[in-house]
Ligand binder design. Structure first.
Ligand SMILES: *Cc1c(COP(=O)(O)O)cnc(C)c1O
Length: 433
C-alpha cells in the first residue's frame, strides 16, 4: 500500500509516511486506495490486537514492516476498548471506553502503535549511531501518551514541550514522570508557542538531519490507522449480536479520532451515523452550517484536549467525503458550552452513578439532545475519550466525590516528576539535544 498527500503529489511508502509525518507539499498522508476489508476474516469478540492485525494488514502489505505487524499490534494493543452498555432499551446506548491505556486517554492507542512501528523502522534501518528524536508539542494529553509509548523504546528519544501552568496537575505528571529517554520541557508561553517551536526546529533541515528529528503529532497516519480499529471492532461485534449497525458520537478537537471512525465506515464496517461533538470551539459546526471554512484561534474550555480552532484533519475528511454540501449528508456536528459540560457531568452522575470526563460529557450532552426519531431503534455509541480521574480537578468538585484512580494511572502518579522550564526559544531546546 502506498500513501499520497491530500494535496496530490507522489505516492510514498508506509515507512516514509510514518517517519516524515507530513507530506512535503504540506498536505496530510492518506492511503492511495482504501481497501475494503473482508469482514468474514475479522474475528468477532476477539482480542483487539487480533482485530488490529487483520485491519492493518492491507496497509502494511508490501512494506518492510509486513512481517512485524503481528508484533506491532501485540505491543500497541495490550489493553482493551470495551463497549459498555448504558441502556438496552429500543433506544440502546453504549459507551466505547477508550481510556484503559497507560495514560488513561484514547491517544494511547495511536501513540503506542506509532512507537512500535517507528521503533521497527529504526531497528531495520540499523542506524544505531544516532537515535531518532521525536519532538512533540502538547496541550495536555498527546505528550503523555507519546512519552509513555516511547519510554525505553530502543533507538528513540522524545522531547516533550508543554505550556507552563496550562495543563492539569495529573496531565503534567504524565508529561514529566518518565526520565530515561524522555526529556520534558515546560515552555514559558502557550500551546501555540510550543507548536511554533516544533515547526521551526523541523524547518531547519540541517538540524533535522543531524538529530534525526521525527514528528509524532496527531496528523501522523501511524496514529490514525490504529484508531479506526476500535470503531471497526465495536461496530462489528455489536452487529454480530444484535444485527444492527452502530451510530457514533465522537468528542472532537483536531478531528483525528472522528476521522478514524469515518475511515472505519468507509472500509465497510457497520458504522451508521457519525456525529462530532465539539466544545465552544465551533469551527466544524459553523463550517457545516455556513459552508465556509473559517479556522480561528482556540478558546480555553473545560474539555481542554478539544481546544482546537483549526482542526487539521478536516483536510483529510474533505478529501474522503467532499466539501460542506456533501459532508452535511454524512456527518452532523454540535457545539457544547462549558456550562452544559458541567451540568451534564452532574446529571449523568446523579442518574447513572458514573463520572465522565469533560470531553466525554460533550458526547453525552449531544446524545441527550437528540430527537426521539434519532434515537428510536438505533444503537448509539459515545466514544469515552478519557478517564474522569485524569480531570479530577474539574470533575470532583462537580460531583462532590473522589473519582477512583485506575491502577495504571495510580502507578504513574507514584513516579517522581522531573522537568526543566525554558523560554519559548529554539536555542534552549537545541542546547538540550
Ligand atoms: C485529544 C482528545 C480529544 C480530541 O480528539 P481529536 O482526535 O483531536 O479530535 C478528545 N478527548 C480527549 C480526552 C483527548 O485527549
Amino acid at each position: 500500500m502506498k500513501f499520497i498527500s491530500t494535496r496530490g503529489g507522489n505516492a510514498v511508502a508506509l515507512e516514509d509516511a510514518i517517519m516524515t509525518g507530513t507530506a512535503p507539499d504540506g498536505g496530510l498522508y492518506i492511503p492511495a486506495t482504501l481497501p475494503a476489508i473482508n469482514q468474514d476474516k475479522v474475528p468477532v469478540d476477539a482480542p483487539i490486537n487480533e482485530v488490529a492485525r487483520v485491519i492493518a494488514e492491507p496497509y502494511f502489505a508490501g512494506s518492510s514492516l509486513q512481517d512485524s505487524l503481528e508484533a506491532i499490534c501485540d505491543q500497541a494493543f495490550n489493553f482493551p476498548a470495551p463497549l459498555r452498555p448504558i441502556s438496552t432499551n429500543s433506544d440502546a446506548l453504549s459507551v466505547l471506553e477508550l481510556f484503559h491505556g497507560p495514560t488513561a486517554a484514547f491517544k494511547d492507542f495511536g501513540a503506542r502503535f506509532l512507537a512500535a512501528t517507528m521503533s521497527q523502522i529504526i531497528q531495520k534501518r540499523g542506524d544505531n549511531g544516532s537515535p531518532a528524536t521525536i519532538i512533540v508539542a502538547t496541550s495536555g494529553d498527546t505528550g503523555g501518551a507519546v512519552a509513555a509509548a516511547f519510554h525505553r523504546q530502543p533507538g528513540t528519544r522524545v522531547v516533550v514541550l508543554f505550556p507552563e501552568g496550562r495543563v492539569s496537575p495529573r496531565q503534567q505528571h504524565q508529561l514529566t514522570c518518565w526520565g530515561d529517554n524522555i526529556i520534558s520541557l515546560a515552555v514559558r508561553g502557550e500551546f501555540d508557542d510550543c507548536q511554533r517551536l516544533v515547526k521551526s526546529l523541523f524547518a531547519d533541515a540541517e538540524l533535522s538531519r543531524a538529530h534525526n528529528l521525527c514528528s509524532a503529532n496527531s496528523i501522523n497516519v501511524g496514529r490514525l490507522l490504529p484508531q479506526s480499529v476500535y470503531y471497526a471492532k465495536s461496530s462489528l461485534d455489536y452487529q454480530a449480536h444484535h444485527q444492527k449497525q452502530s451510530n457514533y458520537i465522537v468528542p472532537t478537537g483536531n478531528l483525528g479520532n472522528a476521522f478514524a471512525c469515518a475511515w472505519a465506515k468507509q472500509m465497510g464496517f457497520p458504522v451508521g451515523e457519525l456525529i462530532l461533538a465539539t466544545n465552544a470551539n465551533r469551527t466544524i459546526p459553523d463550517y457545516l452550517e455556513s459552508g465556509e471554512w473559517q479556522p480561528r484561534n482556540s478558546v480555553s474550555t473545560l474539555a481542554n484536549a478539544m481546544d482546537v480552532g483549526n482542526p487539521s484533519n478536516m483536510e483529510r475528511l474533505r478529501s474522503l467525503w467532499g466539501e460542506a454540501d456533501q459532508l452535511r449528508k454524512k456527518i452532523r456536528s454540535f457545539s457544547v458550552s462549558d456550562a452544559e459540560i458541567s451540568a451534564r457531568i452532574v446529571t449523568e452522575f446523579k442518574q447513572q452513578g458514573i463520572a465522565w470526563c469533560p470531553h466525554t460529557a460533550t458526547g453525552f450532552e449531544v446524545y441527550r439532545n437528540l430527537s426521539a426519531t434519532d434515537r428510536e431503534n438505533a444503537h448509539w455509541v459515545i466514544a469515552a475519550t478519557a478517564h474522569a480521574a485524569k480531570f479530577d480537578s474539574i470533575v470532583e468538585p462537580l460531583i462532590g466525590e473522589t473519582v477512583e484512580v485506575p491502577p495504571e494511572l495510580e502507578r504513574l502518579l507514584e513516579w517522581p516528576a522531573k522537568f526543566e522550564t525554558i523560554n519559548a526559544d529554539t536555542d534552549e531546546i537545541i542546547q538540550r539535544l
